[in-house]
Ligand binder design. Structure first.
Ligand SMILES: Nc1ncnc2c1ncn2[C@@H]1O[C@H](COP(=O)(O)OP(=O)(O)O)[C@@H](O)[C@H]1O
Ligand SMILES: [Mg+2]
Length: 429
């Protein structure tokens, strides 16, 4: 049984680890629902393991608490004891621009929070926005900590082409791919200006093709996302930090759909490579009888609206990278928290590989089926029934834990921080 105390259930942790570590390094996520009805009796605390990397998938209909549950997990990450927190770093891909409000303590639900034995509090997250959008945030007085850019030389020719919706079939694509490859091979630092210069000096390419490529590069320059230097990844994932990358400014901008993908693709790729390297050095330290520590912390990446980054029947820049995380990420220490209202549109591997599955209310049969079909048989039969029994209010969830092989009906604890997702007018400034 996954129990330390009678009043606690630990999910996502093996019995062996529970014996060794107890409830250290877990998140207080909610409480077990003990009775039926709209205001059910709540029982044991539900704790979720954060010390080891997991693939956590959060599903549910829009507006039933996916982003909220993510915020609760982030608050808990920030509250881990220092010694554990220092071994972790969190990257949050914020597509809606709501997680900055973790910085602000809640003011509305003080008594409810108190009822859970908790107090409103701010959570020390660092919010980064693409450099080209910094002024937008400042104008709207949204508290940000810094700008974020990708390093031009870290993009492959293919990535540039996809970003501009070009392929090897287009002469623009061929020219761009060639110029990028040559600059990368030269080993020199380069930004968009250097790329433009290199396109201009291509002797053999027709003027029209060159102008078309330059036009696109000039557009990319305006995004303020890709630069010569780029944000240093080790700075971004400093041990013990929670880093919200706000990509919401690119949500509706025409021609910029690919930029969100690119952020996830490049960050995901770099973090994967670096963790693989560090994992090896950690292992050899352990073999040599030293303590398991390295400068590169374990990484948790939170991706809200994950179906946009890991679509089922489409390609995206981030898909292959995230699939890599999903399939083998846990070994080098990469955890993922994915949320989606469209499991039916999500790549099936994200569903079949997750070891903690959190389902808020779901009503679409297609989505329920997409999930049940890919989950082990122990949940198949009960799933529908549980959704019928789930109280209608927000913040209830079914959790399926591969360790206990059980379904838990849970009420998620209230957030300690301000919830910016309610309406735009809730902005406290
Ligand atoms: N555990 C919870 N307790 C209280 N209210 C919640 C809870 N979960 C969600 N809510 C409410 O529901 C609203 C929608 O939740 P949200 O997480 O934004 O939905 P989703 O991401 O699934 O679309 C939140 O703004 C909040 O007011
Ligand atoms: Mg949401």
């Amino acid at each position: 049984m996954a129990l330390v105390h009678e009043d606690e259930a630990i999910l996502g942790r093996s019995n062996e680890s529970i014996e060794k570590y107890g409830s250290q390094g877990t998140a207080f996520f909610g409480k077990v629902v003990m009775s039926s009805g709209q205001n059910p009796v709540l029982g044991r605390k539900v704790l979720i393991d954060l010390a080891e990397p997991h693939l956590i998938l959060i599903c549910g209909k829009r507006g039933y608490g996916k982003s909220y549950s993510m915020a609760v997990l982030m608050e808990e990450m920030a509250r881990l004891p220092f010694s554990i927190r220092q071994r972790l770093s969190v990257i949050v891909i914020d597509t809606v621009g709501i997680f900055w409000s973790l910085k602000i303590p809640d003011k509305k639900n003080v008594s409810e929070i108190g009822g859970w034995g908790l107090k409103p509090a701010s959570t020390g997250v660092r919010v980064f926005v693409p450099k080209g959008r910094l002024s937008f945030y400042q104008e709207h007085r949204i508290p940000v900590d810094g700008a974020f850019t990708l390093k031009a030389s870290e993009l492959e020719g293919m990535e540039w082409m996809t970003l501009f919706r070009l392929s090897w079939k287009d002469s623009e694509g061929v020219l761009l791919g060639k110029v990028v490859d040559e600059l990368k091979d030269s080993g020199k630092q380069f930004g968009i200006d250097e790329l433009i210069e290199a396109v201009r000096s291509e002797k053999k390419a027709p003027e029209k093709v060159k102008e078309a490529v330059i036009g696109r590069l000039l557009l990319a320059k305006q995004w303020g996302l890709i630069e010569k230097e780029g944000t240093s990844i080790p700075d971004l994932v400093k041990p013990g930090t929670i880093n919200v990358i706000d990509v919401s400014a690119y949500r509706q901008a025409i021609g910029m759909e690919g930029t969100r993908d690119l952020v996830v693709a490049i960050l995901g790729k770099k973090l994967f490579e670096q963790r693989m390297l560090y994992r090896k050095s950690e292992e050899s330290k352990l073999i040599a009888g030293e303590k398991r520590e390295s400068k590169m912390p374990l990484i948790w990446m939170f991706v809200d609206e994950a179906h946009m980054f890991m679509p089922k029947d489409e390609q995206s820049l981030s898909l292959q990278v995230l699939l890599e995380w999903v399939r083998v990420g846990r070994q080098p220490g990469l955890g993922l928290v994915l949320a989606t209202q469209r499991p039916n549109k999500l790549h099936p591997d994200a569903i079949s590989q997750c070891d903690l599955f959190i389902a808020h209310r779901m009503t679409s049969q297609m989505d329920i089926q997409a999930v049940s079909a890919l989950r082990p048989s122990y949940m198949y039969s009960d799933f529908d029934k549980y959704f019928h029994e789930m109280p209608r209010g927000r913040g209830f969830a079914l959790i399926l834990d591969d360790n206990t092989e059980k379904l838990w009906l849970v009420k998620v604890r209230p957030r300690l921080s301000w919830d910016a997702s309610v309406t735009a007018s809730a902005m406290p400034y």
